[in-house]
Design a protein around this ligand. Structure first.
Ligand code: FES
Length: 77
């Protein structure tokens, strides 16, 4: 099963624990240590307004490698 999840942020959420420790939670969806941020969000900084797709390893696919249509799955081309 494939699941499409959209993330629109390019930086982590900073959670402060009761003891005062900072925990960075990944909000970009590209982290290899998800749900924790591993700084992979740097890959998303140049996305602009375009819709981007990343593979399981966090590599951005070029727009000629995939297509997206509302109400349909992402498909390889
Ligand atoms: S916010 Fe996703 S890796 Fe940092």
């Amino acid at each position: 099963m494939t699941r499409l999840i959209k993330h629109s942020t390019d930086k982590p959420f900073i959670h402060i624990t009761p003891s005062g420790d900072k925990v960075k939670i990944c909000m970009c969806g590209v982290s290899k240590t998800y749900p924790f941020c591993d700084a992979s969000h740097s890959k998303t900084k140049d996305e602009g307004d375009q819709l981007c797709c990343y593979d399981k390893e966090g590599n951005r696919l070029s727009s000629d490698e995939w297509t997206y249509q509302e109400d349909k799955e992402i498909t390889d081309v």
